[in-house]
Design a binder for this molecule. Structure first.
Ligand code: ADP
Ligand code: MG
Length: 237
């Protein structure tokens, strides 16, 4: 089991005002799964992704990542685990400005496990998402769809155990959005575990499991069938 969460809660506390956002979530995610988390705006999807992605801590409950109880880790241990186990793709891309496509993807390698030939590794991954011709462009010189493909390459470059994508198509035109979803599905077909937040049905159709959240509670969790699109023998890593 890759991820196990049990009765997970999150309250935000500002000026003595307590906002309960996650109210006791329990579910598992297997290695190789592709989970779509769906729910109305404000239901706690991003809050949950930040906790699962080790960018924030829960207020209560348990979170085991590869069997390790992450609620017990120090901030430094969490950051170390995040660097080597987690890839994150955000709706707003979060690329470094005034920096090239290639540099954005090399950066995570400078503080993690694949130290040899970082430039070659970053190039190979950028080529696998169709950006071999954009390596030396600055991030303000490429389209939104290309930016999100850079973000996916950056998420992949450390060979993470799981990729979290929070509404990755939310800022894209529909054609670029379809391309991003096809890349995510291909990555999953090649064995990568993906957790996607979306409110669009067409993107959730790429998932193998749907978890529906409302008011910080799970209201549905079910498996779905979908077609396989990766070509045999194709490698992205
Ligand atoms: N730092 C914060 N402080 C207080 N409330 C927050 C904070 N972050 C998110 N919230 C609240 O938590 C709720 C869920 O937010 P979020 O997880 O972003 O929802 P979603 O991604 O499903 O739209 C919202 O009501 C939001 O206002
Ligand atoms: Mg959100």
């Amino acid at each position: 089991m890759l991820i196990q969460i049990n009765n997970l809660t999150k309250n935000f506390v500002n000026d003595e005002i307590i906002t309960p956002v996650l109210n006791g979530l329990t579910f598992d995610i297997d290695q190789g799964d592709f989970v779509a988390i769906m729910g109305p705006s404000g239901s706690g999807k991003s809050t949950l992704m930040h906790i699962l992605g080790l960018l924030d801590r829960s207020s209560g409950g348990k979170y085991f990542l590869e069997g390790k109880d992450v609620t017990k880790l120090s901030d430094d241990e969490l950051a170390g685990l995040r660097n080597c186990k987690i890839g994150f793709v955000f709706q707003s891309f979060n690329l470094l400005p005034r920096t090239t496509v290639l540099e954005n993807v090399i950066l995570p390698l400078t503080y993690a496990k694949h130290k040899q030939a970082p430039e070659n590794r970053a190039k190979k991954i950028l080529e696998s998402v169709g950006l071999g011709h954009r390596l030396n462009y600055f991030t303000n010189q490429i389209s939104g769809g290309e930016k999100q493909r850079v973000a996916i390459a950056r998420a992949l470059v450390n060979d993470p155990a799981v990729i979290f994508a929070d509404e990755p198509t939310g800022n894209l035109d529909s054609k670029s959005g379809v391309q991003i979803m096809e890349i995510l599905q291909r990555l999953n077909d090649l064995g990568n575990t993906i957790v996607l937040v979306t409110h669009e049905t067409y993107t959730s159709e790429h998932a193998k499991r749907i978890i529906k959240i409302k008011d910080g509670l799970i209201i549905d969790n079910y498996k779905v069938m979908r077609r396989r699109i990766a070509k045999d023998g194709e490698t992205l890593k």
